[in-house]
Design a protein around this ligand. Structure first.
Ligand code: NAD
Length: 336
């Protein structure tokens, strides 16, 4: 396998492929890559992504990953590939299980076959903390066992698809057909994220800005660790650039837990909102049989050791920036 342009030190701009580059994390990643001088090609079918997220300096192919790859095959070689396209989140999987499962597995399989056939540079696959399933540990390390619920509970299919993606990537890596890095993102938040797909923080921020109640599901004692997307996307190219990281799985996120109830109160305080916080029983928020997790906190020792990762942006700044982005969006929407 050929080294990337960066490794060769040719001085040429890297050619980089980002699938899902019109999505939340992808659009921040594309901006970071373009800022370091990369020539970025985005493939996105805009199923959850937005045209307004597409960086003007990037080439944009609007279609599914599999369809785009059949067009890109035989063309110039990509020095780096970031695969973020997916049907994201448990909500989406619950609403359209077949579509989401097929997308997450088939598009990743197609992408990896493309990388292998084209001899592309290293590929980063975004996986999810969901892979850890329903284990009751407080802190999750990459080599921990995966504990999923029964197949009759649709929720677990998202975790399963992401686990299959990991197996596929590690399979290619082991076979020598692709150099792969797997990144399990924990809750990633920031400007540009929308609340429609069940993402709790933008949902709270939007409600607080409108003076509407902040709906906390369950008793609100469940905790998560929220990492600003701008911190997360700094880490992705660093992991891909280091050959010592290839063939490995990394947790990525923040390891500072906050309960969902505390999060709601923080949003109210930071935005000076008069919204009330209301508790909504799970059976009113989710379909019957929904299982939530009490804790989800990453062990970050591996990513710290590999690239010295530390999150730098605090949750308060993230909340302010999400609110500002929603305001800009509303103004843009009103003008359009
Ligand atoms: N945001 C998080 O907290 C989080 C947590 C864990 C894992 N992840 C992973 O990070 C990646 C990016 O997530 P995100 O939060 O930016 O979600 P997102 O929905 O904003 O981005 C996904 C993008 O993929 C595109 N897409 C979906 N199916 C496609 C297909 N078949 N072909 C082409 N494009 C397609 C969508 O249009 C969207 O732009 C995903 O792989 C997700 O599983 C995100």
């Amino acid at each position: 396998m050929n080294p990337s342009a960066g490794e060769r030190g040719t001085g040429h701009a890297r050619r980089v492929l980002v699938t899902g580059g019109a999505g939340f994390v992808g659009s921040h990643l594309v901006r970071a890559l373009a800022a370091r001088g990369d020539r970025v090609t985005i493939v996105d079918d805009l199923s959850t992504g937005r045209r307004g997220n597409v960086a003007p300096e990037a080439e944009f192919i609007e279609c599914s990953v599999a369809d785009a790859l059949s067009r890109l095959g035989g063309g110039p070689r990509f020095d780096e590939v970031y695969h973020l396209a997916a049907s994201v989140g448990v909500d989406l999987v619950m609403r359209d299980p077949i579509g989401a499962i097929e997308t997450n597995i088939e598009q990743t399989a197609a992408l990896l076959r493309f990388v292998a056939a084209e001899g592309s540079g290293p590929v980063l696959i975004t996986s999810s903390s969901e892979v850890y399933g329903k284990a009751t540990r407080r802190v999750f390390s990459e080599d921990d066992d995966v504990t999923l619920g029964p197949t009759s509970v649709t929720r677990w299919s998202y975790a399963c698809t992401k686990a299959i993606d990991e197996y596929l990537a590690l399979g290619h890596h082991g076979a020598g057909s692709a150099r792969c890095v797997i990144v399990r993102l924990f809750n990633t938040v920031g400007p540009g994220q929308v609340g429609e797909y069940g993402m709790v923080l933008p949902r709270f921020v939007r409600a607080a800005m409108r003076g509407e109640p902040l709906r906390v599901f369950g008793d609100g004692t469940q905790s998560r660790c929220f990492c600003d997307v701008r911190d997360s996307v700094r880490a992705l190219p660093a992991l891909l650039a280091d050959p010592a990281c290839h063939g490995r799985v990394f947790n990525l996120g923040s390891d500072v837990p906050v309960t969902i109830r505390e999060l709601a109160e923080l949003v109210r305080r930071v935005l000076g909102s008069s919204s009330e916080v209301v508790l909504v029983p799970y059976d009113k928020a989710y379909p019957a049989g929904y299982e939530d997790l009490q804790f989800r906190r990453p062990d970050l020792a591996r990513v710290r050791e590999a690239i010295g990762f530390e999150a730098a942006i605090g949750l308060e700044r993230t909340i302010v920036d999400i609110a500002a982005a929603l305001e800009r969006q509303a103004i843009g929407g009103a003008r359009a």
